[in-house]
Design a protein around this ligand. Structure first.
Ligand SMILES: Cc1cc2nc3c(=O)[nH]c(=O)nc-3n(C[C@H](O)[C@H](O)[C@H](O)COP(=O)(O)O)c2cc1C
Length: 348
């Protein structure tokens, strides 16, 4: 239904307008009594081979919704009915901010890809925790945190502190996001000294809590080998729980979409199918360097069970999707999970 009916109509609209329309539709439809039950029955796949415990958290299946789709924690419960094993909200910043001027989200249909330069548009962490407080159901929730655009990098730590402390009671794991290409200089926080300082401080706050929560680092696919080696070292020294690889890329190589159209979209992060190969390379490299000791969540270009399997075979413990959800629709999660069950049962 999504691909034949909803997608052709939605793709006539500006990508961000379509996103908001989908949000509103899901919210309105959920007022129909019993619909959440029907959706759960339709989309959720329960199978012991899919369930796993990572960082001490039980995940019903390994397929999560990546950050950026439900930035403001407005729809996490409803989205969970579509069969996701976990949902990552954010990126949230201390203060609400508009993000970059519109248009800032573009489809590249020939490539099953998106280019976005949203720029952490969100209503601020306090507004989000109000919704989390009221609405937290059973789904595993990750809290992805960042810094406001106006906060200089020298003061970035305090933005992450504010978000960590506000969200602590309401999320199951944290993601320190230093890899969005759309906040000026944010990715400089991936450098050794600032990243060590940032993660050490978040870990310090975490250790002061009654029950520390897993803290993960989300990295860009555009890091070179030396930079990845630095990440490995920093993860080990700060003893964070894991890594999410990867965020969107600034690379535009190998696209089917014409150069003119790509240029028309302009700056921003590319996600979807063209990102898959590089994201898998980064995952494989990190897993090898960690020697299995640090869990890696794989994200980038997953649209089918084979794509998800590729990430899991590269050593990812869980996967996440964003662009695939836009191109393939809600049935994708079920298809991936069903496909994974087949792969697991075929495996000796
Ligand atoms: C419109 C859009 C907004 C995004 N916003 C965020 C964000 O706020 N924080 C973040 O960590 N990642 C964000 N991402 C990146 C995704 O979480 C994911 O890492 C990336 O899209 C690669 O996965 P995909 O190929 O399945 O889309 C965003 C992606 C898109 C397309």
């Amino acid at each position: 239904v999504y691909k034949k009916l909803a997608k052709p109509l939605l793709f006539l609209l500006d990508a961000e307008v379509a996103h908001h329309l989908i949000f509103s539709c899901i919210r309105v439809f959920m007022l129909i009594p019993g619909l959440s039950w029907v959706l759960r029955k339709t989309y959720q796949v329960n199978h012991p081979d899919l369930a796993r415990n990572v960082f001490g958290i039980d995940f019903p299946n390994p397929v999560g919704l990546a950050a950026g789709f439900d930035k403001d924690a407005k729809l996490f419960n409803e989205l969970s009915y579509f069969g996701f094993g976990f949902i990552e909200i954010g990126t949230l910043t201390p203060k609400g901010q508009e993000g970059n001027p519109k248009p800032r989200l573009f489809r590249l249909p020939e490539d099953h890809a998106l280019i976005n330069r949203m720029g952490f548009n969100n209503g601020g962490v306090e507004a989000a925790i109000e919704r989390l407080r009221r609405g937290k159901g059973k789904v595993v929730i990750g809290g992805n945190i960042g810094k406001n655009k106006i906060t200089p990098n020298e003061k970035a730590i305090s933005d992450y502190e504010i978000c960590f402390q506000a969200l602590y009671p309401y999320v199951d794991y944290f993601v320190v996001n230093v890899s969005s290409p759309n906040t000026p200089n944010l990715r400089a926080l991936q450098d050794k000294a600032p990243l060590t300082a940032l993660l050490s401080r978040v870990q310090q706050l975490n250790q002061e809590t009654v029950a520390p929560k897993p803290v993960l680092l989300k990295i860009a696919p555009d890091l070179n080998e030396t930079q990845l080696n630095d990440i490995v070292e920093i993860v080990k020294t700060t003893k964070i729980a894991g890594v999410i690889a990867t965020n969107t890329t600034i690379n535009r190589n190998g696209l089917r979409t014409s150069e003119v159209e790509v240029e028309r979209a302009g700056n921003g992060g590319l996600s979807g199918a063209p990102l898959a190969k590089r994201a898998t390379e980064v995952i494989r490299y990190l897993v090898q360097r960690f020697e299995g000791g640090v869990p890696v969540i794989g994200v980038g270009g997953i649209q089918t069970a084979d794509d998800a399997w590729e990430k899991l075979e590269a050593g990812a413990v869980l996967v996440q999707v964003y662009s695939g959800f836009i191109y393939e629709g809600p049935a994708m999660i079920k298809r991936i999970n069903k496909g994974l069950i087949k792969k697991y049962t075929r495996k000796p």
